[in-house]
Design a protein around this ligand. Structure first.
Ligand code: AMP
Length: 139
């Protein structure tokens, strides 16, 4: 069973397609958070960023980089929030990697991406040192 986004790539489900190349694809979000809200995906199905092969990740980022100014300019936005919900616990609903490009406007009251967490984590210096060392050892 292919994802809804694969069905869009295959033309089985209609979408407002804004970009396509050999490995990546982009279309307007069906439930836009602002005018121009665009999703950028790899054509092949990978559930999370963690699953992307390096070459696909490179292609995906190149398309995001190309589309951010195109999307902003098309709707005369002042800025954009560019984000992945990476995994179910982070709010990912469609199990096919997708980057949200959400145009932002002065005074739109959307807040920064930090607003998604509702507050800061309470972590001491030792915990922060340990976490930083752990990430460094895995990177
Ligand atoms: P996420 O919560 O990060 O998985 O976001 C999934 C996004 O896909 C939501 O913003 C939906 O509005 C969008 N979406 C779901 N189905 C479609 C569709 N058929 N065409 C365009 N966007 C869709």
């Amino acid at each position: 069973m292919s994802t809804i986004f694969s069905q869009i790539v295959e033309g089985e489900i209609p979408a407002r397609v804004v970009y396509e190349d050999e490995t990546t694809f982009a279309f307007l979000d069906a439930n836009p958070l602002s005018p121009g809200h665009t999703l950028v995906i790899p054509k092949d199905e990978y559930e999370r960023l963690n699953d992307l092969p390096d070459d696909v990740a490179t292609d995906l980022y190149a398309t995001v980089q190309q589309l951010v100014p195109a999307v902003e300019d098309a709707v005369d936005a002042d800025a954009s929030t560019v984000a992945f919900n990476n995994g179910e616990a982070a709010g990912q609903e469609v199990p096919h990697v997708h980057c949200h490009i959400v145009p932002r406007f002065d005074g739109d009251d959307g807040g920064p991406i930090h607003a998604a967490m509702g507050g800061f984590a309470d972590l001491g210096d030792d915990e922060l040192d340990e976490i930083a060392a752990d990430i460094e050892s895995r990177a």
